[in-house]
Ligand binder design. Structure first.
Ligand code: NGO
Length: 520
C-alpha cells in the first residue's frame, strides 16, 4: 500500500466529518476487493484505466438504461460529461451483449480493464448490470461522493469472469411493523444491487399494519395501515407507489416478492373488516410485538374470496414469479385447518399464475411441486423440512441464527432482538447454505435471504446499521462459489468497503471483528 493511499484512507473520515467539500480518496482500490468475491479474478499489476473528461460509455442498445445509470454515477462525482452512445466505440467503457463466455449464464459477466478501455461483456442485460456493480466497487471511493471531487479516477487493471452460485439472492424488508417510505425502499434496493442481491421480499402485512392499497378492500390500507409497533401513524403504499418500487427494482435487476402473511399475523386485516372474523367482531388495531394470536377465519368462504381478490390485485401489479403467503406462527389456527387453508391458498396463487413462497411452516400442509419454503429455524435439523425437500420442495435458506439481520450483533448493541442469538458478521458469513440442514441436498437450495424484521427498526439509519456489514456477508454466500469461502480473506475485502459506505453515508456497524481501514 503506498503512502498516498494510506494517507487518503486516514484522512477520508476526518475530511468527510468536517463537512465542507470532502476531498475523498480518489486513489485506485485493490483489484481483489470486490464483494461478493468473483469466481475468477486476475489483476494486471501496474496497469489502470483512468476515467477522464473524454471518457464515454458505449452500450449495446438493449443495455442503454444500464449505461445511463453508470454514466450518471460517474458524472455526479467526476463532473465530467460522460456521454452515453451506442456501441461500438473506441476506448472508454463498453457494455456489450456479445463475446461473453457461455459459462457465465444469464447473470454473469466478463470484465476487462486495460490501460485504454474497460469492457464488460454478458449474455443478458442482468449480467451487464452485475458487471457494472463490480466496476462500481473498483472505482475510487470518491466516486460515491454526492459532490464533484478532484480525482484522479483510476480503475485497477485486470480480468474477471464471474457468475452466481444461486439464482435466488434475497433480502426481506418488514414494512409492516414499521412503515418505510418509497425513498427508503429505493435506497435499500440500490444497496442490494451493489452486492448483486436480485430479490427484494417485502413483508407487506402483519398484525400491526397492512401496507398496500387493495382496491376491492380499501379499509385494509386506510384503517389497517394506520398504525405501527409502538403506535404512530403507520402508512401504506398506494398501488402507484408499489409499482414505482417494482419498476425501480426491475431497472436494477431486482425482482420484488410481495408477502401477505396468513392465516396468522393478520390482526390488521381482521381489524379492518369485521366480516373476516369468525365471530363477525373486529378486534382493535394492535401496536405490540406479540405473535401467534390472530388468525383468518379458515371456515368462512368470504376468507377465500378475500384472498383471491387481494392476490389477484397483487399478482397484476407484480411482474415477478413469486407471491409469498407467509404461513408462519399460525398458533391460533388448528393444525388440520391450517393445512387445508394453505393447500387452498396455494391453488388461489397458482390460479393467478404465480409461484407460492411461504415460511417453512407450510411444509405441514401439502406443498405443490412448485412451492418454495423459506427456512427460518434456529437449528440445523428439521425433519419436516428435510422430508419436504426430499419430496421436491425447494428451499430458500434464511436460518434465523445466521441471516436474521434484525438480531443484535452482540449484547452491547442496542437495536434489534436476540431471540435467535447474537449475530456478528462472522456468524452471518461462516456457514454453507448448501450443506446447512441435515438431510437436505444442496440441489434443493434455491438460494439465501436476509430478512430484516422491524419491530425495533424505525429509521433509514436503523436499516443501514442492521444491514451493514451483515447484508454483504449473506450476499457473498448467495453469489460466490463455496470454494472461495474464507473468513480471513472475506473480512479483508469487507473492511475495504467501509470507506465507501462512509462516503455513501451508510450508517454501518463498526464490527470489532473487522479491521476497518482508517480505524473504526
Ligand atoms: C419470526 C416471526 C416474525 C418476527 C421475527 C422477528 C418469522 C418467520 N416470523 O420470523 O413475525 O418479526 O421472527 O425476528
Amino acid at each position: 500500500m503506498n503512502v498516498r493511499r494510506v494517507l487518503a484512507i486516514l484522512l477520508v473520515p476526518l475530511l468527510v466529518s468536517l463537512g465542507t467539500p470532502p476531498a475523498v480518496a480518489a486513489t485506485a482500490v485493490a483489484f481483489g476487493s470486490v464483494v461478493p468475491v468473483p469466481v475468477t479474478t486476475t489483476a494486471t499489476p501496474g496497469v489502470s484505466y483512468g476515467i477522464t473528461a473524454s471518457t464515454a460509455v458505449y452500450t449495446d442498445p438493449a443495455a442503454a438504461g444500464i449505461g445511463d445509470r453508470l454514466a450518471a454515477l460517474l458524472r455526479r462525482s467526476t463532473g465530467y460529461p460522460i456521454p452515453v452512445a451506442p456501441a461500438p466505440g473506441t476506448g472508454g467503457i463498453s457494455l456489450l451483449l456479445s463475446g461473453a463466455p457461455a459459462t457465465v449464464g444469464p447473470e454473469g459477466y466478463q470484465l476487462d480493464v486495460t490501460g485504454t478501455s474497460i469492457v464488460i461483456r454478458a449474455n443478458q442485460p442482468a449480467g451487464l448490470s452485475n458487471g457494472v456493480q463490480t466496476l462500481h466497487q473498483l472505482l475510487p471511493v470518491a466516486a460515491d461522493s454526492a459532490t464533484v471531487q478532484p480525482g484522479p479516477w483510476p480503475v485497477p487493471g485486470g480480468h474477471i469472469v464471474d457468475y452466481p452460485r444461486y439464482g435466488y439472492r434475497g433480502a426481506m424488508l418488514d414494512v409492516a411493523r414499521h412503515f418505510f417510505p418509497v425513498a427508503a425502499v429505493e435506497r435499500y434496493i440500490d444497496q442490494l444491487a451493489l452486492y448483486k442481491i436480485n430479490y427484494l421480499h417485502l413483508h407487506l402485512s402483519d398484525d400491526q399494519g397492512w401496507r398496500i392499497a387493495i382496491g376491492s378492500w380499501p379499509n385494509l390500507a386506510t384503517y389497517g395501515g394506520s398504525t405501527a409497533v409502538g403506535g404512530g401513524p403507520g402508512g401504506y403504499y398506494t398501488q402507484a407507489d408499489y409499482q414505482q418500487i417494482v419498476a425501480y427494482a426491475a431497472a436494477r435487476f431486482v425482482t420484488v416478492v410481495p408477502e401477505i402473511d396468513m392465516p396468522g399475523h393478520t390482526n390488521a386485516a381482521l381489524a379492518s373488516y369485521p366480516a373476516l372474523n369468525c365471530d363477525g367482531v373486529a378486534p382493535p388495531l394492535y401496536t405490540g410485538t406479540d405473535v401467534g394470536f390472530s388468525s383468518l377465519c379458515t371456515s368462512k368462504e368470504l376468507t377465500y374470496t378475500f384472498i383471491d381478490q387481494v392476490f389477484g390485485e397483487l399478482a397484476a401489479l407484480t411482474p415477478g414469479p413469486y407471491l409469498h403467503i407467509g404461513g408462519d406462527e399460525a398458533a391460533s389456527t388448528q393444525p388440520a385447518d391450517y393445512a387445508a387453508f394453505v393447500n387452498r391458498v396455494q391453488q388461489i396463487v397458482a390460479a393467478h399464475g404465480k409461484t407460492v413462497v411461504g415460511w417453512h411452516d407450510i411444509v405441514n400442509a401439502t406443498p405443490l411441486p412448485s412451492t418454495v419454503a423459506q427456512y427460518w429455524g434456529t437449528t440445523t435439523r428439521d425433519s419436516a423440512v428435510a422430508t419436504a425437500a426430499q419430496r421436491g420442495t425447494r428451499l430458500i435458506m434464511s436460518p434465523a441464527s445466521r441471516t436474521y439481520i434484525d438480531m443484535k450483533y452482540n449484547s452491547r448493541t442496542t437495536l434489534g432482538q436476540n431471540w435467535a442469538g447474537y449475530i456478528d458478521v462472522k456468524t452471518a458469513y461462516d456457514w454453507d447454505p448448501g450443506a446447512y440442514l441435515r438431510g437436505v441436498a444442496a440441489s434443493s437450495v434455491l438460494g439465501v435471504e436476509a430478512p430484516l424484521w422491524t419491530e425495533t427498526i424505525v429509521t433509514g439509519a436503523d436499516i443501514d446499521y442492521m444491514a451493514f456489514p451483515r447484508l454483504p456477508a449473506v450476499a457473498e454466500l448467495g453469489w460466490s462459489p463455496q470454494a472461495t469461502h474464507d473468513w480471513t480473506a472475506f473480512k479483508q475485502r469487507l473492511g475495504a468497503q467501509g470507506p465507501r459506505w462512509h462516503v455513501m453515508g451508510v450508517n454501518y456497524y463498526h464490527s470489532t471483528q473487522i479491521s476497518w481501514p482508517g480505524g473504526s
